[in-house]
Design a protein around this ligand. Structure first.
Ligand code: SF4
Ligand code: SF4
Length: 84
């Protein structure tokens, strides 16, 4: 990841949680540069995405030790190649 980040621009990618893989460790929450991930309600407090703050930087995907976050196109109708 390089360059400035902000939560204001339209993201080409967002992230999706695979809840069955998540241990609610919180690593992604503290890594996200725009605080787009917040601990959700309930226990365990799985992360939830505030999509309007997400820049699609994928830092959370990289840091997750459980491969529980996956990139998804911000616009499902867009013809966009999503990294595996
Ligand atoms: S880093 Fe991965 S396992 Fe940990 S809370 Fe985030 S999604 Fe869940
Ligand atoms: S891709 Fe992940 S780390 Fe990057 S802004 Fe979105 S939620 Fe935060």
């Amino acid at each position: 990841m390089s360059g400035p980040v902000s939560g204001t621009g339209p993201a080409r990618l967002l992230v999706e949680l695979r809840p069955e893989r998540c241990t609610a460790c919180g690593c992604c929450l503290v890594t996200c540069p725009t605080r787009a991930l917040r601990a959700g309600p309930g226990r365990p407090a799985l992360p939830r995405l505030l999509a309007d703050r997400c820049t699609g930087c994928l830092a959370c995907v990289e840091v997750c030790p459980r491969d529980a976050l996956a990139p998804v196109p911000a616009d499902p109708g867009a013809d966009l190649e999503v990294p595996a």
